[in-house]
Each structure stands twice: as C-alpha cells, then as structure tokens.
Design a protein around this ligand. Structure first.
Ligand SMILES: *Cc1c(COP(=O)(O)O)cnc(C)c1O
Length: 390
C-alpha cells in the first residue's frame, strides 16, 4: 500500500502530465479550445464517455491542476475553479438554489456576499436570514422548512469572530441542510471544514492562496454530486478561471504552507505587541488567549491566520490619522499579500453602513484591520509603532 501523500507534497507534486518537451514545471495551456481526432472522438467527448478537454469554459489542463491540488488539500472529492471568489460564491448559490429556497447565514460575511444576500438573490425569490454567532444556541430555531444552505465564514472579516465548525456540522447533519463554508481567511493549510461536516468549501484564491497580490481567482470544492451541479451551471454561465491565472495559482500553492506559517508567526507578534500598547483599546486575533472564541480557534485551526484587528484610540479620526502616519504598510483593499496592508473599515469598506449596522458586525469607529505580510517582523512592528506613537 502506498502512503497517503502529505499536504505540502500534494501542493507541489500534484501535476498534470508533461508535454513532449519534458518541462519540469507544468506548461501553460493558453488555448480556448481543443481538437478531436475524428467524428467519433468528438461524439464520445461531448457524450462524456471519455475525459477530454473540449473548451476552456468547461475545463483546461491548468485549471484541472489547480483544482486537483485544492481538492487534495481540503480533503474534498471534486471542485471547479472560478474567475474570482465572488464568481465561486455566486455560482455555488446559483447552481444549488431555486426560487422559494432559504439561506441561513452568519451575520458577518464578506461585503459582496452580503450584497448578494440582500440585493440580488431576493430578486429570484431566495431569502436569507442572519444568525448572530454569539447566539448560536438559537440557531436551530431559525431553520425553516425551506432552508437549504447554512453559510458561514470563519474567522470573519474584519471582526475575526471564530465560529465552531463542529457545532455547525452537527446541526446541518441533523436537519439535512447543506453546510457551505468560506475558508478564505484560514486557507486549507490552517483549517479543513470538510472534516467537520462541510459539504462545500468556497475560496477567494485572490487572497492567501495567490498570496502575492497578482491575480483574481476563486474555487469551490466538496461533494462530487454537488460539484457536478455547480460545474453544469458554471460551464453554461461562463465564470471560469483563465488558464493563465490557474497556472499562477497552482504555482502559488506550492509555497502556501511556508508562506502561511510565516504570516501567522508575524501576525501573532503584531497582535502581542499591540495588546500592550497604550494607544490601543483592544486586539482581536484568534490565537490570543484574550480572544472570546480562543478555545474554538485552537480546536479547529492550526495557527491564527494573518489578520489582526485592533481598536485605536480616538474613534474615526484616530483611525484616519493612524493610516496617514504609516510609512511602509500599504493602504489597499486586498489582504493576504506578501506586503502588510492596513485598512480602516469604518471610513472605507463599511462606510455606507449606519453606526448601528456597523456595531452589529463588530466594526467600531477606531477598528483597524492589519493583513500582516512577510516583510521582516521588526520593520512591520516599527511602522505600526511610529504611527501609533507620533
Ligand atoms: C475577498 C473575499 C471574497 C471575494 O473574493 P474575490 O476574489 O475578491 O471575488 C470572498 N470572501 C472573503 C472572505 C474574502 O476575503
């Protein structure tokens, strides 16, 4: 019996067959379509009697390599790659839900996912109810006869709440609803939701998976029969990932574990530094003992991730001033990059929400989100420190 390959090995050695040139790194197949040997080959390929690439909206060797890696890393059965994280999330709902269905979602979700739930899906008769993670005991009472999907991100953005995956998995099993988890902040290296009963896992590959701020991408992995539905929806509606971006993302995954290890090491140091600072009113990081769901974080995550949130003194103005004083850290909308990125949600991503709405999702006026990068930790701390102290 051959030994099951480990996570890091799958990320590197899961490779499509070599072309005639014996290249070491996989070739890039920048082609929109593929050719058939004859009429019978064409018929059999379309009839899915053989596995053959037909058209890159359906499949492409580079997409296959990227998908196979994530499937192995998440412990899934199958997957499909998308042009962005939102394309993955939208197509997952689009493929599996019909008018009259209901989604039960954790309240704190990515901004565009919230827009999908509140502005777009209702147009097609799909309603969403939010649950508060602090009232998880009431979760069962929110399940309706038409609830099809329970949806959550953990850790959440930008509040870094941690939701108990084992608990969600058990509830979904009991009530026969699909559990869909956005695993973007943790990556499969830190957390594998399928172990706890998730049916599907969605990702924005734009973040830590690429990790170098280059390309947009997304992926959904999970149960084969569900992925089949998602594949059929996607191959007809067209949100597929380009082979060029697949090639980049597949290379990125080769270094995911070492990058994320260092990201987490740096983030923990930043969190510990900020926790002692007198200009700081509180720090959120899943692997700080002071985190309200520390026990759950340690149970389901290998390390704490690369995002640290903290409350700077001085409210909205304090937050803006802090951003203006930074000299090295980038002010940018992305996260999970090699470069440390700092945002002030109350004056940017979440500025359209009322103060009450912001408070419900844990976004206070002085909240700062740091996506801790891979620069030397002393330089990261130095920049944050000079911005807090001046
Ligand atoms: C960025 C992000 C998304 C959306 O991904 P895109 O690649 O930007 O479309 C979804 N969920 C989370 C948690 C994210 O951080």
């Amino acid at each position: 019996m051959t030994k099951k390959r480990q996570f890091e090995t799958e990320a590197i050695r899961n490779q499509i067959p070599r072309s005639g040139f014996s290249e070491h790194t996989s070739a890039m197949y920048v082609t929109s379509s593929f050719v058939f040997d004859d009429a019978e080959d064409m018929r059999a390929s379309f009839a899915e009697e053989k596995e053959k690439n037909i058209y890159s909206r359906y499949s492409n060797p580079n997409n296959t390599e990227f998908i196979d890696k994530v499937v192995a890393m998440e412990g899934a059965e199958s997957g499909y790659a998308f042009a962005s994280g939102m394309a993955a999330i939208f197509s997952t709902f689009g493929a599996l839900l019909s008018s009259g269905d209901h989604i039960l979602s954790a309240r704190s979700v990515f901004g565009s996912t919230h827009a999908l739930f509140t502005k777009f899906l209702p147009r097609w008769g799909i309603e969403t109810t939010y649950f508060n993670i602090n009232e998880a005991e009431n979760l069962e009472s929110l399940i309706q006869p038409n609830t099809k999907i329970l949806y959550a991100e953990t850790p959440t953005n930008p509040g870094l709440e941690v939701i108990d995956l084992e608990f969600l998995g058990a509830i979904c099993k009991k009530h026969k609803i699909l559990l869909v988890i956005d695993n973007c902040f943790a990556t499969p290296y830190l957390q594998q939701p399928i172990k706890y009963g998730a049916d599907l896992v969605v990702h924005s590959a734009t973040k830590l998976m690429d990790g170098q701020g280059r390309v947009l991408g997304g992926i959904t992995v999970g149960k084969a029969e569900l992925i089949r539905e998602i594949y059929l929806f996607a191959r007809n509606t067209g949100p597929s990932l380009s082979p060029f971006n697949s090639w980049i993302l597949s290379k990125s995954l080769e270094t995911l574990s070492v990058r994320v290890d260092r990201h987490c090491e740096n983030a923990l140091e930043v969190a510990e530094y900020l926790e002692k600072h007198k200009q700081v009113n509180g720090v959120r990081y899943p692997f700080l003992k002071s985190h309200p769901q520390y026990d759950i974080a340690v149970k389901q995550m290998k390390k704490g991730g690369n995002i640290v949130a903290f409350e700077v003194k001085g409210g909205i103005e304090g937050g803006r001033k802090f951003l203006d004083k930074l000299q090295m850290c980038s002010l940018s909308a992305n996260l999970g990059d090699t470069r440390t990125i700092v945002t002030h949600p109350a004056s940017s991503t979440h500025s359209k929400l009322s103060v009450e709405e912001r408070n419900i999702v844990g976004i206070t006026d002085g909240l700062i989100r740091v996506s801790v990068g891979l620069e030397n930790i002393s330089d990261i701390v130095e920049d944050l420190s000079q911005a807090l102290n001046n």
